[in-house]
Design a binder for this molecule. Structure first.
Ligand code: HEC
Ligand code: HEC
Length: 581
């Protein structure tokens, strides 16, 4: 069997059994700082059924108008309050992969109407036409309800009463079969290929300890993995320089922020900062106030942080116990533990590095991780005559981290030279899922035809960077201008303009390593719940984990069983509060 050079990764491995139990005693500060009363309020808010309110009477609208569930616990309940949830509670996103519109007089309005005929959710009241939107399970006007049902009727998968697909098999089916929409209305021919993307409910046991993991710890692991032959995780960098630790894409920095996002996104409970989703068929409607206060959000987060941590439960049968222990060593020796790190500081027994990894194209999805530039190469100094050619080669641009860029947004040039707004911190790139305008200079297509194809891998971009003398620190950008030649540095700064070749990471394929603690009680698996069993989940590992997966496949049947047996010892805490039925 191939052994990896992983001395630096394997050495913290032998302590887990003892310390996984010890971890239950560590009380995260967020919970410690909260009074028992506040935690009790948090539990009540987490478990209660919210209902819509009449804003004219109460000053706020409560649940909805769009929502995925009436309570947090309706989704988070496997193994107790705060656990994971089955595929029927999957959060859904619809994304357009490919679209063709043909019309005599093609304007942006015509394209907008064409997409709206498929689903009005593609109109974002703030930013115009987008190529993906969150499909709420419930709520909204009757027009919204109609579109939702019509849409569900067009997919091959069977949906549950609750809103999501009924099982992991239906998740796979929805993934495998794109949704085809065709219409020919008033001389406008529209063909749309869309896909349903999903997020499986994660268990929250131990989330308070993950909250305590520091950026330095993540950075240290990131650095250690740089010398690994196969695996190179990266920090989930967010706008504003934060680092994400929560969510399948690692796109939320801490527990409190996730709770705020869940209140707004899952229940339609608006906070002071985060608006509830807008019903696109009733976009004028505004909630006059917010539905949850900051104190309530803190209580919810404190309650989650106070939940017990998952534990190890060894089989009582001694043969099986031995098998599990053998599986644990194999888990480390074939490389699983490089990403699924047993311990992360206070999160003892977490089995995750909390970093993002490219998991291969089968796990692609249109809601990207926050894009990140993996490499920047200065190509040449800015040359005015090349401008029109640049517009052609770029083709895509956008801004923000919403995952949805604008249709008809600025031309590609805007992201570089004109604004000079090059991100000097965090190396973030830009989402590529966006509709170029049919009339965009350079990328505009034949008159009367609009074509959009979502890229399945990041394009390398060309960008013209304005070097405001003090803004761009080349050293920070890791730009290699022939080794340490400071005179060259100076020259470029003097000319103030530089063409740069950007290679973003494959941010549509990057996923945060999910913690495996409690994994025995959180089926189905993977970001969208496409895997029914642990074995299935392992076989779906590709990209950076392909080598490890292949070594797993080459093990004897008995050894593979041993790894599964080991994973089955990672269970939900036995003392989690039980949801009232
Ligand atoms: C419709 C089902 C549903 C409801 C209702 C729901 N969640 Fe979730 N929850 C999810 C899904 C799906 C994820 C994974 C989302 C992701 O990673 O992008 C998640 C993830 C989370 C996470 C992040 C866990 C991690 O380790 O990354 C937290 C915290 C959370 N939910 C809290 C809440 C709170 C608080 C509520 C109630 C206000 C709530 N959720 C309501 C489905 C739900
Ligand atoms: C390169 C890093 C990496 C390696 C190596 C790796 N994994 Fe994973 N693992 C991940 C990521 C990332 C996911 C989530 C992918 C997704 O959701 O689409 C995952 C998901 C899982 C899941 C599903 C967890 C859940 O809650 O859905 C299991 C089980 C798992 N891995 C076990 C293993 C085992 C066993 C090995 C060794 C054979 C292994 N992994 C090797 C990164 C890795």
């Amino acid at each position: 069997m191939l052994r990896l050079r992983q001395l630096s990764f394997a050495n913290n491995f032998c302590v887990i059994v003892a310390s996984a139990f010890a971890a239950a005693a560590v009380m995260p500060t967020i919970a410690l700082a909260a009074s028992p009363e506040s935690i009790a309020v948090g539990q009540q808010l987490f478990e209660q059924d919210w209902s819509p309110q009449n804003p004219e009477l109460t000053g706020k609208d409560g649940l909805g108008p769009l929502f995925n569930g009436r309570s947090c616990v309706v989704c988070h309940n496997q193994g107790g309050t705060g656990g994971g949830g089955s595929a029927e509670f999957n959060a859904l996103t619809v994304g357009i992969h490919e679209m063709h519109v043909v019309a005599k007089n093609l304007t942006e309005d015509v394209v907008e109407q064409a997409v709206c005929g498929f689903h009005p959710g593609f109109i974002d009241p703030k930013s115009g036409l987008v190529n993906s939107f969150a499909l709420s399970h419930r709520g909204g006007s009757s027009a919204m309800e109609y579109s939702r049902e019509k849409f569900r009727g067009q997919t091959a998968a069977v949906f549950s009463e609750t809103g999501g697909p009924v099982s992991a098999a239906e998740v796979r089916l929805a993934n495998a079969t794109p949704i085809l929409y065709q219409s020919n209305n008033g001389g406008v021919q529209t063909t749309i290929n869309a896909r349903l993307f999903q997020r499986n409910t994660t268990a929250l046991f131990g989330a308070g300890l993950i909250d305590l993991v520091t950026t330095k710890q993540l950075r240290d692991i990131e650095r250690a993995q740089k010398s690994h032959p196969e695996i190179s995780g990266r920090l989930a960098t967010l706008s504003g320089g934060d680092v994400g630790k929560f969510g399948w894409r690692g796109d939320v920095k801490d527990l409190l922020h996730f709770c705020e996002r869940a209140c707004a996104g899952e229940l339609g409970l608006q906070s002071r900062r985060l608006k509830q989703p807008v019903d696109p068929t009733n976009s004028q409607y505004r909630n006059p106030s917010h539905d949850v206060t900051d104190a309530q959000l803190k209580s919810i987060a404190a309650f989650i942080a106070s939940l017990p941590t998952p534990v190890r439960q060894l089989p009582s049968d001694s043969d099986r116990r031995q098998l599990a222990s053998h599986g644990e060593s194999l888990f480390a020796s074939i490389g699983c533990a490089v990403c699924h790190q047993p311990n992360m500081g206070p999160a003892v027994g977490v089995y995750s590095d909390l970093l993002l990894h490219d998991m291969g194209k089968n796990l692609y999805d249109l809601n990207p991780a926050d894009p990140y530039i993996s490499r920047l190469t200065p190509v040449s100094q800015y040359d005015l005559r090349k401008v029109s050619e640049m517009e052609l080669t770029t083709g895509f641009s956008g801004q923000g981290s919403t995952g949805n860029a604008r249709y008809g947004g600025q031309s590609s040039m805007a992201f570089g030279s004109a604004s000079g707004s090059f991100p000097t911190r965090g190396f973030r790139a830009f989402p590529v899922n966006h509709f170029p305008s049919p009339h965009q200079e350079g990328v505009s297509l034949m008159p009367g035809k609009f074509r959009f194809i979502a890229p399945t891998s990041p394009l390398s971009l060309m960008q013209i960077v304005s070097l405001g003398e003090e803004t761009l620190n080349l050293e920070n950008l890791n730009v290699k201008l022939s080794s340490g030649d400071s005179s060259k540095n100076t020259k470029i700064v003097e000319s103030k303009r530089l063409r740069i070749h950007i290679e973003p990471t494959r941010f549509n394929q990057e996923w945060r390593t999910p913690p495996l603690w409690g994994v025995n009680d959180s089926a189905p698996y993977m970001h969208d719940g496409r895997a029914e069993t642990l074995l299935e989940a392992i076989t779906m590992h590709e990209g950076e984990s392909k080598g490890t997966r292949d070594r797993f496949m080459q093990l004897s049947l008995q050894d593979r069983k041993a790894i599964i047996e080991f994973l089955q010892t990672l269970v939900a805490p036995p003392n989690a509060p039980q949801p009232k039925s």
